[in-house]
Design a protein around this ligand. Structure first.
Ligand SMILES: [Zn+2]
Length: 340
């Protein structure tokens, strides 16, 4: 991506091993993320551009001399952040704060995954070796373990979703839809999706949403309160990252509620903090440590209990990536998968 709205597919030098802890992965599926649309709107022009993409599954082609767990030929998931698997934060399940970590398609010198192959730093800590081969039907859902399913799950965990809880999901993008899956999976009694795109709403209902609120702002908050006996929800999954989404989240949180925010914030601060204090509302969240969640989510994917791969409603080849960005930006696609 060379500037806002300018995505090109170009030949670059092949990805290679650089450090003894690296692996080289041949990408079999990658995708475009809702968060890729932020730079698509506001990236400053540059001559070198940014190599985009942070979600992929693929096959290990080579490993460095210090790599012990991952082997050539393994079929792997690449979480959107790399991590060494051995520092304090990795042990605490917060791999996105790894002291040797960083983010694909973002950190200096780190490749993007919208590519035929990618160098994976800290391969032993980063990659999750899948216990299955390249199963065509499972591929889309396995790919969501790279980011959106784990991120939706993180929002639900931080928002303390559990049995008999009333839950609201703010945002009907792929993460919000995966948040619906996560809330249902964790036993929520009521799941209200805030969104307005018919195809997304239909999918949210298929995933377990019990109510739909298509209003915005204070009208949306009033509707949510009406649907919940007047007080609002116990758990809010904030899956957008705008100030309006955060204000709505605070507004629909009942006293004692928790808000799990996973939408990358695109605002400085909000005027909502006083309200969170007087309602005893907990606000948490951040970049999801998806690496920590794969163990828990994978069995449900493998056994078909959850099908987060249904968020992909368009499949393209690598040459179609610029069109894929356009389709997602214009809301003509929920999430675009790149098939190699
Ligand atoms: Zn670490």
């Amino acid at each position: 991506m060379y500037r806002a709205g300018d995505v090109r597919v170009e030949n670059v030098s092949d990805a290679t091993l650089a450090e003894p802890t690296d692996a080289l992965v041949r990408v079999t599926r990658a995708c475009i993320c809702g968060s890729d649309l932020w730079p698509y709107h506001d990236l400053e022009p540059s001559d070198t551009g940014r190599r985009m993409g942070h979600e992929a599954i693929g096959v290990v082609e080579a490993v460095g001399s210090d790599v012990r767990k991952v082997r050539k030929g393994d079929f792997v998931v690449m979480p959107f952040a790399f991590s060494d698997g051995s520092c304090d934060f990795c042990h605490e399940g917060l791999q996105t704060s790894c002291v040797h970590g960083g983010f694909f398609g973002y950190s200096e010198g780190i490749d993007g995954a919208q590519a035929e192959a990618i160098r994976i730093p800290q391969a032993d800590g980063t990659l999750f070796v899948l216990p299955v081969g390249e199963d065509e039907a499972l591929m889309p859902s396995l790919l969501t373990l790279s980011d959106v399913m784990g991120t939706g799950h993180h929002a639900a965990v931080v928002a303390k979703v559990g049995r008999s809880k009333k839950v609201a999901v703010v945002g009907d993008g792929a993460v919000g839809l995966c948040g619906v899956i996560a809330a249902k999976r964790l036993g929520a009694e009521q799941i209200i999706i805030l969104g307005r795109h018919p195809d997304r709403i239909a999918l949210a209902k298929a995933f377990g949403a019990t109510d739909v609120v298509s209003e915005r702002g204070e009208e949306a908050a009033e509707r949510v309160r009406a649907l919940t006996g007047g007080f609002g929800v116990h758990s809010v999954l904030e899956c957008v990252g705008t100030e309006q989404a955060m204000l709505t989240s605070v507004s629909i949180a009942r006293p004692g509620a928790a808000i799990g925010r996973v939408g990358v914030p695109h605002y400085q601060a909000t005027s909502s903090w006083e309200l969170t204090f007087f309602k005893n509302v907990t606000v948490g969240g951040g970049p999801a440590p998806v690496r920590a969640y794969i163990d828990e989510l994978l069995p449900d994917v493998l056994e078909g209990r959850i099908q987060p791969g249904r968020v992909f409603d368009r499949v393209i080849g690598l040459d179609g990536v610029p069109d894929g960005y356009r389709a997602m930006n214009e809301r003509r696609a929920i999430k675009v998968m790149i098939k190699f």
